[in-house]
Design a protein around this ligand. Structure first.
Ligand code: GLU
Length: 444
């Protein structure tokens, strides 16, 4: 096979859609797997709707995902070249200038360029779907340019693909019906026909076309929510492709290694946020504590405690947004002194509880004092659990009668991590101080 050249040709008329990202990824993987090249082409022929800021977002987003391209161009900069090619096919008489009433104002005459359609049936081989045949008769002599300086979309695509030597066009199945028209233009230009592969559309959970109504559709929204690019790449690859077995964890490098169009599927593939969340959590867990904190932009008033909280965050958070919410919610008690209410410290039954609770907290406080400086959750548990077990043996309210007041004294919250985790993160000095404060409140 001659050098593979694929293309990433987004239209900068909207934000960086996940469908665009998935197509870009597949083009990138196919080219890199085959030692080929990727051409990025901004398809900005729709001057009214194309915006610089969308182009920038798409380019930044593609880079953020870790993808790259070898050549860059913009259709708006190819006007001279399109004119040259239009002149050529008009000379060859495969296209012609047609004077006709303007569409928007029939009282005005315009000169558009129409392709001389041979009106035949066109068959192309799709690498994912097999042979596809269209009868092009009903397309008639369709318009390919509104004027010599205003080539229409299909003409621009075909001219650019020819000039860039594109060997493989990998794109969404919504472009299947454009293909026969583009093939007719190619034939008029004498351009070689690239191989085609049309990917299934990404559907939402109700199997309708993915849209904003059912959740975020811009890659950047996922970035801002604290998804890792590794996770999005991994997940996007699995929408429409599989390795032929049940493996699901793929880095970009592994995907480059393994990707082939034989693994691409025909059927629509559904976007599944739950699955994406679990893929993201797996990638978050792979990060070292340093990476986890810096890539998640996680901050807290005490860096040491933040580091010690990382395992807890990795265990529970599925996005960095969730991790940040935990830090300002359930874990806030680690960083600010809690306010403790007397009635919450004591369980209602049995009635002698305040004394018992005080007694339990005193012995716990003593035990915590005896702990070494930096202590693991396991060690805290080993030391404190026997005290709770002893209470249970007395049959007076069980372990909870000891562990609840301790957890509440340390956190001041109805919901928080377990007391062993709290002690190991707070450290012995602060744990003792908080327990003593609760004891004072009980005495009060
Ligand atoms: N610009 C088109 C789009 O964003 C892609 C065209 C193509 O792949 O041929 O849908």
């Amino acid at each position: 096979m001659s050098t593979v050249i694929t293309r990433i040709p987004p239209s900068p008329t909207g934000r960086f859609h996940i469908g665009t990202a998935r197509t870009a990824l597949f083009n990138y993987l196919f080219a890199r797997h085959n030692g080929g090249k990727v051409v990025f082409r901004s398809e900005d022929t729709d001057r009214a709707r194309s915006k610089k800021e969308f182009e920038e977002e798409i380019m930044n987003g593609i880079k953020w995902l870790g993808l790259s391209w070898d050549e860059f161009s913009r259709q708006s900069e190819h006007t001279d070249r399109y004119r040259e090619l239009l002149e050529k096919i008009i000379r060859d008489d495969t296209a012609y200038v047609s004077a006709e009433p303007a569409k928007d104002d029939p009282s005005k005459m315009v000169e558009v360029i129409r392709l001389r359609n041979p009106g035949k049936s066109v068959t192309f081989t799709d690498l994912i779907r097999g042979d596809i045949t269209f009868d092009t008769t009903e397309l008639g002599d369709f318009v390919i340019a509104r004027s010599m300086t205003d080539a229409l979309y299909h003409f621009a695509v075909v001219a650019d693909d020819m000039d860039s030597g594109i060997t493989h066009v990998i794109r969404g199945e919504d472009h299947i019906s454009n293909t026969p028209r583009q093939i007719l233009i190619q034939e008029a230009l004498g351009a070689p026909r690239p191989a085609y592969a049309h990917l299934p559309l990404i559907l939402d959970e109700k199997r309708a076309k993915l849209s904003k109504r059912t959740g975020a559709t811009s890659v950047m929204d996922y970035r801002d929510e604290g998804f890792l690019p590794e996770a999005l790449v991994n997940y996007l690859a699995l929408i429409g492709w599989n390795p032929g077995d049940n493996r699901e964890d793929f880095s970009l490098a592994q995907l480059v290694e393994e990707f082939s169009l034989e693994g691409a599927q025909k059927g629509g593939a559904a976007w599944n946020r739950e699955k994406l969340l679990s893929v993201n959590q797996r990638w978050m867990r792979k990060l070292s504590t340093e990476e986890f904190i810096s890539r998640g932009n996680l901050t807290a008033s005490d860096t040491k405690k933040l580091y010690l909280s990382a395992p807890l965050l990795k265990d529970r958070a599925r996005t960095f947004h969730e991790a940040r919410e935990m830090l300002s919610g359930e874990l806030l008690c680690l960083f600010t002194e809690p306010s403790v209410a007397r009635e919450s410290l004591v369980m209602k039954e049995p009635p002698d509880r305040p004394e018992m609770t005080k007694f339990a907290l005193e012995s716990l406080s003593e035990a915590i004092k005896g702990l070494p400086e930096d202590v693991s959750i396991e060690v805290v548990k080993e030391i404190l659990m026997p005290l709770a077990d002893a209470e249970e043996a007395k049959g007076k309210g069980g372990r909870g009668a000891v562990l609840w007041p301790l957890r509440y004294a340390l956190s001041g919250q109805e919901r928080s991590p377990d007391p062993f985790t709290l002690v190991s993160i707070l450290g012995k000095e602060e744990s003792v101080a908080r327990t003593q404060k609760a004891i004072a409140i009980l005495e009060g």
